[in-house]
Design a protein around this ligand. Structure first.
Ligand SMILES: [Zn+2]
Length: 151
């Protein structure tokens, strides 16, 4: 694995020398969230499955690989519809927006202590990973608009 920390132009360190990506799955007004394992960075918070982008991977590929590694999401069973890009000092995190094409057989694997389909209206009440909260609270509302179109 070639993942490693990166320093951004604003002086932070971010996980993923080539940036990082996560998979936001939306189904009938609900979003699939994962409880991060206690030992992981920001453990005990809820977020979407994701992680560092590796050499030669697109952000979508990275998001789908991480979702498979962490929750057993079958990449062939989801349809990617778009993405939401957040940057910090030249470092990029891309939230890949997708919908399941069939019922998913999910399992808590690496870095996951649980998962849940959460109604969009309830997401903000959970203890969220700070980066996911920032994306969810973006005033432009791209994530919420994807989960609940017209809502
Ligand atoms: Zn930064």
């Amino acid at each position: 694995m070639s993942a490693s920390w990166a320093s951004c132009a604003r002086g932070h360190v971010h996980w993923g020398r080539r940036g990082a990506a996560g998979l936001l799955l939306a189904d009938r007004g609900r979003v699939l969230l994962q409880l991060r394992a206690r030992w992981a960075h920001q453990g005990g918070t809820w977020s979407i499955p994701g992680g560092a982008r590796e050499a030669g991977e697109s952000y979508a590929d990275a998001a789908l690989r991480e979702a498979e590694e962490e929750l057993g999401v079958d990449a062939d069973a989801v349809d990617v519809r778009g993405s939401y890009v957040a940057t910090c000092g030249g470092w990029t995190y891309e939230t890949v927006l997708a919908v399941p094409l069939t019922g998913l057989a999910l399992a808590d694997r690496s870095e996951s202590d649980g998962h849940r389909w959460v109604p969009a209206a309830d997401v903000a009440d959970l203890p969220l990973h700070p980066a996911f909260r920032a994306a969810w609270d973006d005033p432009a509302g791209a994530l919420r608009a994807f989960v609940t179109p017209g809502g």
